[in-house]
Structure formats: structure tokens, C-alpha cells
Design a protein around this ligand. Sequence first.
Ligand code: TRP
Length: 594
Amino acid sequence: MATPYGSLTVNILKGALVKVIGFPTGRSTIGVKQSEGNKVRLTVKTHLTAKPSDGIIAKVMEVANEKCKAGVPVQFFTVQRNEAEALYGECMYDKFQVPEEIKTLTVLYMDGYNLNCVRPDVEYPNNTNAISEIKLLKMKFQTSKQQLEVQVVYTPNTSNSVPIVKASEAASENTNAKPTKEAIEPLISSTGMDMTAASTAPPAPSSDGKKQIVTPWVVSSDDGVDYDKLIRDYGSKPLSDELIQRMEKIIGQPAHPWIKRGIYFSHRDLNLMLDLYEKGTKFYLYTGRGPSSEALHLGHLLPFMFTKWLQDVFKCPLVIQLTDDEKFLWKDLALDECHRLGFENTKDIIAMGFDMKKTFIFSDLNYIQHLYPTVLEIQKRVTFNQARAIFGFTDSDNIGKQAFPAIQAAPSFSRAFKIPLKGLANMPCLIPCAIDQDPYFRMTRDVAPRMKLHKPALIHCKFFPALQGQNTKMSASAQNTAVYCTDTAKQIKKKINKHAFSGGQDTMEKQRELGANLEVDIPYQWLRFFLMDEDRLQEIATKYSSGEMLTGEVKKELIGVLQELVKNHQEKRAAVTDEMVQEFMRIRELEWES
Ligand code: TRP
């Protein structure tokens, strides 16, 4: 017993739920029921792990009623299905599948608020002020299914006679341009808030039954991180050969070996950055470090080595954030200790060879005053529920943690660097980072359009494996899981020989016969990171996997490479003076050729 008013109420209510709770618009409507007495029941799939509070539901009702009062036109469009999917993704769909044979869709659209594929024969009032009030009757949450059921009663507005239109007819008469991708962006990007993989709630097993948890703070999986799954869960894009070639053409030199080897494997909007760059718009680079230990290990240096390469090839300015505040909130460390560690780590960072004139390194504690206006703009646009869904915060996490993500987000916007970036209000930004940092920037990208700013682009790397094997990130605290920048040649040799997990066979005979499993072999995997000579790496891969080379020989090769690298780093670091640290951290205008 559907009525036009009831059908419209469903769409208004859905828009409000998405807006306030922040789950994806697309595919989240599970059930709709209209019944006698102007009642409507809507069931939606959410990311919530607990019943939303009364306050949240009150907010939903408030937003829905505001929409009614605002008198928003309810428009209809006919769109070819493939075109709609290309423009809007899955955003217009409910949970159930629209049959394959349907090639043309009728969509209902309320200005940036709701987009929904509807049955062509259904009737609706053509303006939201056809409803004078929506009142909550009941709310139910099914924890195991994460489903929220909301029952409301609506009052049709009889004092103004809003025309009732049939969806298909209204669509055929509509001469307005269909909503653009940009207009739908807020609805699409709210799908970016569904971070199942980034939540600390138990992860859903993927199709092959593997479990993995990847958040900025925890990385764990049964047998190695499934990066394809991460790309799917996070909704980033694989770094394609085509894109790599395009980059090489633009920079006029080969891409970094880590790009070619798939260590940098995923991105967001890198293509757009290249478009802009080609047209002469420079971007700036942003990366960071959470200073939680004195001694960095090799895994810590990787993102900086890569960032240095990006700075060299794109000749762009760079800002580096030291999140001393983050480490204080998450670790059992005193605040001044975190601050001090930031300065110590800065020396290692400077030793990477960054161009002083183009690089600004800042500690959050020191620079917060300049970040704060931007932090506030971000904080105002992210709800508690969204942060919870992205980062998996629980009720017992301190409130500092909940507020922190905006502080890591803020440097993605050039307005946070009035002096270093010459007051440019909206300079595009590229962020090289490990994939575990992506949740911060999904949040950032979600708020950017609402702040009328460029979304930062990203290029993601895989994790550098621990000596003991593929399945974890290294720890700065467990000595034998990593090689440190402070290790001596002797220590390096001992660690590799004693602790590096081997994919070779147990005996020499078997190794000669079967060869090594390179996938799990740490000496080989580490060489993929640190042996830049492509031909030599290939040769080792062939010979080691066929059994011609033995584990001992590969380890020896790795030890040589690491000893050289670490020695080199130690020399460079020793040459970093306090004055240099001060200069890198001084708030000053950076230089770059435009
Ligand atoms: N949170 C990061 C860490 O713990 C540090 C960081 C801050 C960062 N801003 C960043 C890393 C931007 C990459 C990109 O190490």
C-alpha cells in the first residue's frame, strides 16, 4: 500500500541516515515497507557495531525534517545504465540487484542529498515540502547483521498542493542536465567511509577465508597481507603499467625501481596529479613520521627514500609532519620524550638528502597553531560515527585519539602552510605513504570537496616485511625483527644469518633439486627493496628459485648491500648538524621552480 508521500518519505529518511551516520548510500537499503496510517519502515545496512544513540537518531530526524521544510525539488532522470554506473558507481542502487536486462534506469535525485534508482511507474510528489513532518516511531538495531531499522510516521502537507508525478513521465519531461559526477561526489565518497578492513572489529573473512586486519596501528594476517583485497576494501586503484609509462614520459626518466617492482602498488588520483603537472600546476608532497623510537629501522627509511626521489623528479616542495602528539596519545611515552624523538628522527630524515630549500619538517607540538584553523574545519565535518567506522575507535579510547585524525589530515591542504607554501590556498598535494596510513586520507578526501579544496592524491607502498617473515610489519621495539640504522656491519651480518626467514629448502640436495620459494624468502624479498640493479636481481631470482643458488649465497649478497647502505646512512647522519635541523624546521618560504 505504497503512497507517493510514503515513497518520498523513504528517500528523505534514507538521505538523512546516510548524512548523519555516514554509511554508503549505494547498496545499503535492505528493505522498505509502507503501512496503514502513513507509516514507513526502512531497513539499512550500516557499518555500525552498536545501536546508535538516541542523540544520533534525533539528529537523523532533525535532518530529515529540515529537508522537508527546505522544499527541495524532487527530480527524475532517465540514464543509460552503463553511463549511470560510470558516473555514479553503485550509489543509486539498493541492496537488491536490478535485473541484467534493464539497460535504462530511472533515477530520483534530490540536490546532493539522495540519488536512487526507482521503478518507472512509481509516483512521487515533486517537492520535499509535500511532507510537513516526519516523526520517529521505533528504532531497532540488529547487531549481528549491523542492520538498522527505522520506523516513522509522516504527515502529508495538504495546505500546499504539490503535484504528484510518475517517475518515468517526470523523467521524460525533465530538461535539466542530469547530476554531474561532482554533484554526486558527497554521496559516492560516503562509500569511502565504509572501512571494514580498517576497523578493529573482527574482519570479515575474504572469499578465500583469509583474515587480515590493517589499520594505522595494527597489521596482522594469517599468511601475508592480501594487497589485492586491500585495494578492493579501500577502494584505491592499482598502479597500472599504463600510468607508470605515462609518469615516465612526463618526468623523462625511468620510474623508481620500487614502482616497477610493485612495492608502490596502489594510488588515488595520481593520474589527476600528472594531468595538472603536465599543464604546469605544481603539487607539493606531504609525508610524515610518528616518532616513537630513537633508532629507526630500514623499514622506516623506505618512504623517505621514495619521497626524496619524488622530490627530485618533480622538483616540488615537501612538508614532513612529525606526529609527536600521536605517539604520546597511543604509546606509553612522556610528551617531552616524543618531542625529543621527533628531533632525533629528523636527523635520519635529513640524511636522506632532502633539498633544504624545498623541505619543511615540523613537529605537531611546535606547529599546531598554524594547523589549527584547518584542523577545526576538518573536525567540524567528520562525525564521531564516521571516525569510529574508519579507525575502529571504541568507547574506551581516549578522546585525544578521536580528535587526532584531523591533525594528520590538515597538512594535506596547502592552506595549513601559509608561509612555506607562499600562501597558496589550494595547491594540490601528493602523499606518498604506506597503505596502513590510507584511512587518514580517505577521511581527508571525504571532507575535501565540502571544504572546496583539492582532495590529496596518494601513492601507497606495501609493508616492509620483518626478518621473521612476511606476515607482520616490523616492530621498532623487538630488536631482532629488524635491521636498525644504528646497527654495525657485524650486527647486520649476524641478524641476517641468524634470523632471516628462508624460503630455501632444508638441505642442500633438496635446494638444488627444488629451488627456493621466493615469495616467502626474506633475504630475497629484502633484496627487492634494496638491490637497485635490476639485472642482478633478476639473475638472483632465476638462480635461487631454480636451486642454482643457495640461501647462504643470497644472504651474503643481502648482507653486503645492507652494510653498504647502513654505513652510508650513518655517515650522512653524522654530518647533520643541529643548525641544519633548525633550518629544516624553521617556518620559512620554500623555494621551487614553477
Ligand atoms: N602516522 C604516521 C606514523 O605513525 C606519521 C604520518 C603523519 C604520516 N603524517 C603522515 C605518514 C603522512 C605518511 C603520510 O608513522
